[in-house]
Design a protein around this ligand. Sequence first.
Ligand code: TMP
Length: 259
Amino acid sequence: MNRRTPIYEGKAKQLFEGPEPGTLIQHFKDDATAFNNAKKGVINGKGVINNRISEYIMLRLQEIGIPTHFIRTLNMREQLVKAVEIVPLEVIVRNVAAGSFSTRFGVEEGAQLPYPIIEFCLKNDKLGDPIVAPEIVIAFQWAQPNELEDITSMALRINDFLSGLFLGVGIKLVDFKIEFGRFYEGNTVQIILADEISPDCCRLWDIKTGEKMDKDRFRRDLGKVEEAYREVAHRLGVLPGNEVKEEVKKIAKTRKKGK
Ligand code: TMP
């Protein structure tokens, strides 16, 4: 068996050294956490589905000229990505009030916002990823002013494009969180989209029924979590036959045996 060098382990993903310099292997786990690790669980088959969904979205975004870290899918749970220096910001784009926005401002969940709203949060679990004003980001040099401009314009383009993409399959893109990284090549540095885009980091509501099709089903104990993730993949046309279902069944069986 090949031993791989682990680089970083996050809550839902793991990074290993890639086969060539400047690359990493991004591995999608089934682990799910919420409320800064206070709630922990497993969503069977999530890693397989998120790998597919994220691949699909990154490829579509590349087609409209958004630079991303995605290189290619390696297997059911892993993709090869460009190694970047992560900008320590969680960039949230909101179209409809929900979640912490509704709580903070007392706005009813589901209220349409007059225009997309961007919030920056400092990526720091110990501090609970606090919201941070652009002025503070720049003062502490977490990002340079030109980088923040690139991030903002890319985030808005991504939002427009993904809103349409999801609308086309009967899903409302309520909000999402993305991350960016600095990609160094020769003596140039470019801000590119990193991490993942999947139901773990988006709020996705069925247009007709308003049914939640994202990680809120896990956060709020709404049940049918796996089914919701699978439905999103199915609507995007990225469930390759029964391949994923079989993988999910296999994992569930192994877990039962292990208990
Ligand atoms: P919030 O309403 O809880 O602030 O979440 C806004 C969006 O960001 C929502 O789509 C979920 C996503 N998100 C993450 O991906 N990771 C996180 O740690 C948090 C808090 C939110």
